[in-house]
Ligand binder design. Structure first.
Ligand SMILES: [Zn+2]
Length: 87
């Protein structure tokens, strides 16, 4: 009898923005509620991230659903601006 093994009920999927890396759970140090910091899932490569939640499972669920936002750094938005001008 074979059974599908899963290490956790909430395995983190591959990044749906770049598809190159698996998200990781990080503590949102700037977001504290009820004495506890919230957590979010972020892609170590492209830095797409989920919203912050009180529980890591909620953040992972959102990440796995592809509900992520791609936050741009200042440099990245400058590059976009230059490309838009040139293109
Ligand atoms: Zn990514």
């Amino acid at each position: 009898m074979t059974r599908k093994m899963s290490t956790s009920a909430h395995g983190i999927k591959r990044c749906s923005a770049c598809g190159k890396s698996i998200g990781r759970v990080l503590v949102d140090w700037g977001n504290k509620q009820d004495g506890k910091h919230r957590v979010y899932v972020e892609c170590p490569l492209c830095h797409a991230r989920s919203n912050s939640y009180a529980s890591s499972n909620a953040a992972i669920d959102e990440w796995n659903d592809g509900k992520i936002s791609k936050t741009q750094t200042y440099q990245e938005s400058m590059i976009d601006l230059l490309e838009a001008k040139n293109g």
